[in-house]
Design a protein around this ligand. Structure first.
Ligand code: URP
Ligand code: ZN
Ligand code: ZN
Length: 472
């Protein structure tokens, strides 16, 4: 199968130009100002991209698809999540493997892999969650990195007693990561402070979703980041802070960077767009629960700070932290008076909407440039996580493309989404633009809001274990 994309405006993280692209099989082989259709094989599929942008396929470096969490399971499967990702312009997903504290690391790896392999329509890989550190786990982590092509770990400094690691485990994990040359992604919140504040709020009868933010205020997140910085400085490990929500956490990470820590910063689309008043909504009944995630969505004052940090590229990536739980049967597990916000499964689904929201409220609103849009939603994730052939448009790179129509106008709604949840946190939000055609390694997978590809087309991306070994 070959593809010729004509008359498009090609945008990478550094360039912006008009040209034609020819893809032979899975790879981009030619980029020229005009490619004569007679110069390509007769069966070549031709796409006219006039007045459209041609972006590299977008990469979401932080999603949860299979997720046993807080007494329930996330709603998506790789069938629903990968279709949703592709319709929304994302061609590669990186999922967090989250073993329980007593689970075997290798078994967890195999389990998470089995959920995606031969099912996912988009390409994928994993961050290997480390929720316990002992000799057996260390040996298995070495194998997962060395033989299974995984080059990043994930640690939780939050979720006491469930996924969180203690300081000894954190130190040992970072030392091993440094030795193996892998990058460690980290959820930073001080779990003891969270537990204490939750207990205080519950004792005071403060049970609703509006109290979730008070239980994990900005200082709790900033302390988590600061804590991690100390460990990273001592071990020399390369770290990546996931879902940074606020000015204080950002400042703590940047202080670490000034001290020489190799740290990269991610934010996620809910923090750039939603604010804590959403979690305070009580009508319709318990509406605020839809917006409960951790760290919590914050006061609006943080949004311009995050956007500015993105524009100046202090923040490297915009992910989703897609964590899909139904409203009716799952979010309501935390409904007072029998229950409380501490029982609401944490997470907001948005894998389908990240690109349109970032384009609409970032690029079209004048907050970030087209190049920064590509940088933070694709290129940086490819570089940081060793996704060779992804994240750019160049001869030799994978033919993962998102041909984007900036003239499209539409409204987000759960009624016509591919995500499996019964709600959308952005219900009724206007979008200016959407993917027109989305390809994965040369095959068209989505067109104008519809999935038209094949399930199982996605492959596990093998990554270089020594990606960071010799740097810094
Ligand atoms: O609230 C969130 N973020 N849920 C998903 C799990 C995590 O912490 O990333
Ligand atoms: Zn997290
Ligand atoms: Zn997450």
């Amino acid at each position: 199968m070959s593809l010729l994309i004509r008359n498009g405006r090609i945008i990478t993280s550094t360039d912006d130009y008009l040209a034609d692209i020819y893809c032979a099989g899975e790879t981009i082989t030619r980029i020229e100002s005009q490619i004569d259709p007679k110069s390509v094989p007769p069966q070549t599929q031709v796409i006219d991209a006039k007045n459209k942008y041609v972006f590299p396929g977008f990469i979401d470096p932080h999603v949860h698809v299979y997720l046993p969490f807080m007494g329930t399971f996330a709603k998506d499967t790789w069938e629903t999540a990968s279709r949703a990702a592709l319709v929304g312009g994302t061609t590669t997903l990186i999922e967090m493997i989250c073993p329980g504290k007593t689970d075997d690391a290798m078994e967890a790896f195999e389990l998470w892999l089995s959920k995606a392999q031969e099912i996912s329509a988009c390409d994928f890989t994993f961050h290997m969650g480390v929720t316990r550190f002992d000799d057996r786990t260390a040996a298995q982590l070495r194998e997962i990195v060395g033989k299974r092509g995984i080059s990043s770990f994930k640690v939780f400094l939050a979720y006491k007693g469930a996924l969180g690691v203690d300081d000894r485990e954190l130190y040992q994990t970072l030392k091993l990561a440094k030795e193996l040359g892998v990058i460690v992604t980290a959820h930073c919140e001080n779990e003891t402070l969270v537990a204490e504040r939750q207990a205080e709020l519950l004792a005071a009868g403060k049970l609703g979703p509006e109290f979730h933010e008070l239980s994990r205020p900005v200082q709790v997140e900033a302390e988590g980041v600061q804590h991690l910085m100390t460990f990273a400085e001592l071990t020399g490990a390369h770290i990546y802070i996931v879902h940074t929500s606020c000015e204080e956490a950002l400042a703590a990470a940047l202080r670490g960077r000034q001290c020489g820590v190799n740290v990269w910063i991610e934010t996620v689309i809910p923090y750039l767009t939603l604010d804590k008043t959403y979690a305070e909504k009580s009508t319709p009944l318990f509406e605020g629960a839809k917006f409960v995630m951790s760290p919590p969505i914050r006061d609006k004052r943080h949004q311009p700070i995050l956007w500015n940090a993105l524009r100046s590229r202090l923040i490297s990536t915009v992910a989703t932290d897609h964590a899909p739980f139904d409203f009716q049967t799952q979010k309501t597990m935390g409904q007072p008076p029998e229950n409380a916000f501490t029982k609401i499964p944490n997470g907001i689904p948005s894998v389908e909407n990240r690109i349109d929201l970032l384009y609409t409220y970032g690029v079209a609103a004048g907050r970030i440039s087209l190049n920064t849009f590509v940088e933070c939603a694709s290129t940086q994730a490819a570089k940081l996580f060793g996704l060779n052939g992804k994240g750019t448009i160049a001869p030799g790179s994978d033919a993962d493309l998102c041909i984007y129509d900036p003239e499209y106008r539409g409204t987000i709604s759960a009624r016509n989404q591919y995500m499996a949840t019964d709600y959308n946190a952005f219900e009724g939000w206007e979008v200016k633009g959407r993917p027109h055609v989305v390809t994965v390694r040369g095959e068209i997978m989505a067109r104008d809001g519809k999935f038209i590809g094949k399930l199982g087309r996605g492959k596990l991306l093998q990554r270089e274990p020594t990606h960071f070994a010799n740097r810094g």
